[in-house]
Design a binder for this molecule. Sequence first.
Ligand SMILES: Cc1cc2nc3c(=O)[nH]c(=O)nc-3n(C[C@H](O)[C@H](O)[C@H](O)COP(=O)(O)O)c2cc1C
Length: 367
Amino acid sequence: MEKLFTPFKLGAYQLSHRIVMPPLTRMRANVDGVLSPLTATYYSQRATEGGLIIAEATQISQQGQGYPQVPGIYNNDQIAGWKTVTDAVKEKGSIFFLQLYHVGRISHSSFQKEGVLPVAPSAIKPTGNAFTSSWKREPYERPRALEIAEIHQIVNDFRKAAENAKQAGFHGIEIHAANGYLLQQFLEDKTNQRDDLYGGTIENRSRILFEILDAVTEVFPSNCVGVRLSPFNDIGDMADSNPEKLYSYIISQLAERELSYLHLIEPQVRSGLVEEMNHEAPASVATLFRPLFPGALIISGGFDAETGEQALEDGKADLVAFGRAFIANPDLPKRIELGVSLNVLDKPTVYGGDERGYTDYPSMEQL
Ligand SMILES: Cc1cc2nc3c(=O)[nH]c(=O)nc-3n(C[C@H](O)[C@H](O)[C@H](O)COP(=O)(O)O)c2cc1C
């Protein structure tokens, strides 16, 4: 596992190994999106000296919420909750980024102020079921198309959330433009049928992403800002008529911005949440798009120690993220280094609940 343990300079920070903990939603905040000390314990257990952790998707506004008990970063209590988490992780010497998102049409009116409809680039309803604020599953509602002024407000909400993330003590942020949420809804033409500055051409559809990057890089330097994309991924009822052309444009533009990293999700395994494979998608988006992005590339999606090492060996990426394995193995990097077998994920305790399936997975010493 030589490559996985080769140090790497990631933008402003020095990493001691290349095993990344990617964002993993666990739905254990309180109903106001405020985290408890249990979350500090959870992340601190997974923190290693010089390792990179990207904290779970966190909404930039109440409008951006789409799941019960997920954290926010738009008010003082939420910032204070996150501060206890960043303190615990930094104490262990880890580099800690926060993933910022707005779910767009994946929300439900039960999360919205005064129960209004969720918003999206266009009023197109996804297939499938939303979560409600009371943990029920109900069919998605038809969202309301955003007005231009509201798009500007969302860009501002991302800026403010970046300021709050900085205040909460994060080393950097990741902009979530993947997995079927608001920014991917703007990027792809199945969900964006606007005919104004934010729809139509590829340049117009990606405008909001670049406006957000302009805004947040006034808060964090660009080498402390990453972007997550999931090209060819159909999660959240997404599709584009020409994903290769779309993402080639976006990734080439990102390449000019000297970002901390680009984080790609391999489409074959979707987001890790859906069991069946996406056989329609190319075998590897990292292989497809790597030539367009000379900066640091993180890949995620179905990797284990061997395939992760091989991906680095082949020059497919610079860092490998391990999602489900990190949930079940608080000491994952150590186990990979020593070739020790892994704990198995307990699916019923992934979302919501208490310390069970959260902070009680044993480390090697506890077995
Ligand atoms: C329980 C769970 C929660 C997730 N939450 C997020 C999230 O908040 N943000 C995100 O970008 N991806 C999320 N993902 C996707 C993971 O970051 C990762 O890309 C995926 O699990 C595939 O990697 P794996 O095969 O190593 O698990 C989640 C996946 C799982 C299983």
